[in-house]
Design a protein around this ligand. Structure first.
Ligand SMILES: Cc1cc2nc3c(=O)[nH]c(=O)nc-3n(C[C@H](O)[C@H](O)[C@H](O)COP(=O)(O)OP(=O)(O)OC[C@H]3O[C@@H](n4cnc5c(N)ncnc54)[C@H](O)[C@@H]3O)c2cc1C
Ligand SMILES: NC(=O)c1ccc[n+]([C@@H]2O[C@H](COP(=O)([O-])OP(=O)(O)OC[C@H]3O[C@@H](n4cnc5c(N)ncnc54)[C@H](OP(=O)(O)O)[C@@H]3O)[C@@H](O)[C@H]2O)c1
Length: 502
């Protein structure tokens, strides 16, 4: 049975899709006295805010966010006005011109508002959608834009009760006066919605650092990639075989010098027995030589490569989390997971801290379940309490052990094994219903249409066993200008509805 909550003020960090869902859920509780959403960019939208000019990004092979995205030095005696900071903060996003969504719109969008069209929309559709979602829920007034949370420090409870409070150090960039304004605010609870695709990762390879020094313009990360035009006629090597590696390689075909080389560590879901036309597969790189030669693990090599594009993903970063005052870090870079969480959402040792958006699964829609469960819990109106600490610890240990043994990632929640539905159902149960007077959002049902879309609509054919029939945007969801608009409806006999294997 839930008890009346003492949490009256909540800070949300980030105004991407996770922040949008969180603000809507908190606001709908009609319980909190103060909700603030801090966003370091000029507008809401997060990942989806396209920048035509990504700025050249520094390259740090093998380095992790504690080194590549360190905390800023906070000026003493706040509030204070200082010259603007100069440190790289990785704020711009990795969206490229041709990027379309890769999750069917009905499953990607929030339950109470459809995407303008789908099923696989160009990147500006989710961008407009996230920004508008704040207005739809009248949470736009909660936004503090251009404001970076630079430090989060746990304070002892002011009234002697066991729960903590949080001091946030904030920095607002005043573009007109070209200054940074620093100040502090206190909150009863903090929700992290800061995303985890901001700080690029480039693996360490023998000779790479020297190669970068000798050929400074050759290496870049997909975060900087916007369009193939600047690679016209150039000999390009793409590293990585996940969504970015696949998309960028295909984007380059027909523009860059043929073939486009792609170095893969593992087989992707969509790979057949050989590469698509215009692409040549290579194994991992073993070494970069000062001559410019790039040697692969099978002893083959390439000379005269003009550009190497690292599509090797991102690492979560929490530079604002004060490890010293809070007693421990948030992220374990070795195990690749949050430390001491429960259900990927709550923290075992900080009952007024929560996080939305970490699992790799249905994105926006799952943020909605997380946000509603957190809002209900923080308002003290949850239907089920969180399990006792011992059970939370057991959940984390069991999952860590299982995912490690299976070679999977702790925060990946696959659909086909029924894990997504089980996870969402857990959040659904914790949240329960709103009040009879309508306070609180209600965790949405996973409709048959949504489940069908997840299991049958593909941006491109993936599994060779899936037999596809081509769909197009005119048939289903309106016109997509400037795109071929192809996608695939697959027939799958392997899974019953809901993806839960018998
Ligand atoms: C290239 C690319 C393509 C993708 N395509 C898809 C797709 O097709 N379908 C899909 O479902 N998902 C896709 N994703 C995943 C995508 O990240 C999620 O869909 C979703 O946008 C994540 O939302 P978020 O709010 O968790 O994070 P973000 O969108 O990253 O938002 C986090 C926000 O927090 C802000 N922030 C961070 N730190 C601070 C701070 N200290 N102070 C203040 N503000 C801060 C950031 O500026 C940002 O606006 C893609 C990701 C990438 C990188
Ligand atoms: N809408 C879209 O179409 C679209 C487009 C781009 C990105 N995205 C999304 O953006 C997010 C990030 O995707 P991403 O492709 O940039 O990153 P990612 O999914 O994390 O993939 C990273 C890639 O780099 C490889 N890699 C990592 N470390 C390596 C190492 N040490 N040596 C060699 N290879 C290494 C990985 O290989 P392994 O597989 O072997 O680990 C993988 O192929 C995902 O959520 C994705 O869905 C979506």
């Amino acid at each position: 049975m839930a008890t009346k909550s003492r949490i009256k003020s909540v800070a949300v960090i980030g105004a991407g899709a996770a922040g949008a869902a969180t603000a809507a859920a908190l606001n709908a509780e009609n319980y909190f006295e103060r909700i603030q959403v801090f966003e370091r960019r000029e507008t809401a939208g997060g990942t989806w805010i396209y920048d035509a000019d990504p700025d050249p990004l520094p390259l740090y092979p093998g380095k992790l966010p504690p080194d590549t995205d360190p905390a800023l030095e906070i000026p003493e005696a706040l509030p204070r006005i200082t010259p603007p900071i100069e440190q790289e903060r990785w704020t711009k996003t990795p969206i490229y011109n041709s990027l379309t969504t890769n999750v069917p719109a009905i499953a990607m969008s929030f339950s109470d508002s459809p995407f303008a069209y789908g099923p696989f929309a160009p990147h500006y559709v989710p961008r407009q959608y996230v920004e508008n979602y704040f207005s739809i829920h009248k949470t736009d007034s909660l936004l503090q834009l251009n404001t970076t949370v630079e430090d989060i420090t746990k304070l002892p409870s002011s009234n002697g009760q066991s729960s903590e409070r949080w001091k946030l150090t904030l920095r607002k960039h005043d573009a007109l006066r070209r200054v940074d304004i620093w100040w502090e605010e206190e909150f009863d609870a903090v929700i992290l919605a800061n995303g985890h695709y901001a700080v690029p990762y480039i693996p360490q390879v023998k000779g790479l650092e020297e190669y970068i020094a000798m050929y400074p313009d050759r290496i870049s990360h997909s975060k900087e990639y916007r369009a193939p035009a600047i690679y016209a006629g150039r000999k390009v090597l793409v590293i990585g075989n996940s969504a970015s590696g696949h998309d960028v390689s295909l984007d380059l075909v027909g523009v860059a010098n043929a073939p486009v080389y792609q170095s893969r560590r593992s087989k992707a879901r969509w790979d057949g027995d050989g590469p698509l036309s215009g692409i040549e597969w290579k194994p991992l790189i073993r070494e970069y030589l000062p001559s410019g030669r790039i040697i692969f693990e099978d002893d083959s090599y390439l000379d005269d490569i003009d550009a190497v594009l690292y599509c090797t993903g991102y690492k979560p970063s929490f530079p604002f989390w004060n490890v010293k005052t809070n007693g421990r870090p948030l992220w374990d870079y070795e195990a690749n997971k949050l430390i001491k969480t429960y259900w990927h959402t709550f923290f075992q040792d900080f009952e007024t801290l929560a996080i939305v958006g970490m699992p790799r699964t249905l994105t926006f829609r799952s943020f909605e379940y997380q946000a509603i469960a957190i809002a209900r819990l923080f308002a003290g109106r949850n239907a089920l309490p969180l399990p006792r600490l011992k059970e939370q610890e057991k959940w984390e240990m069991d999952r860590a052990r299982r995912t490690k043994a299976e070679g999977k990632k702790f925060h990946d929640i696959p659909w086909d094994e029924g894990q997504t539905i089980e996870w969402l159902d857990g959040l659904f149960r914790i949240a329960g219903l709103g009040t009879i007077r309508g306070e609180g959002l209600v965790p949405p049902a996973l409709s048959k249409e949504l489940i069908w879309a997840v299991e049958h609509l593909r941006k491109y054919p993936e599994d060779p066993d899936e037999h596809g029939e081509k769909g197009n945007d005119e048939d289903h969801a309106g016109r997509r200008e400037g795109s071929e608009g192809g996608w695939v409806v697959v027939q799958r006999e392997k899974l019953p509805l809901g993806g839960v294997l018998p």
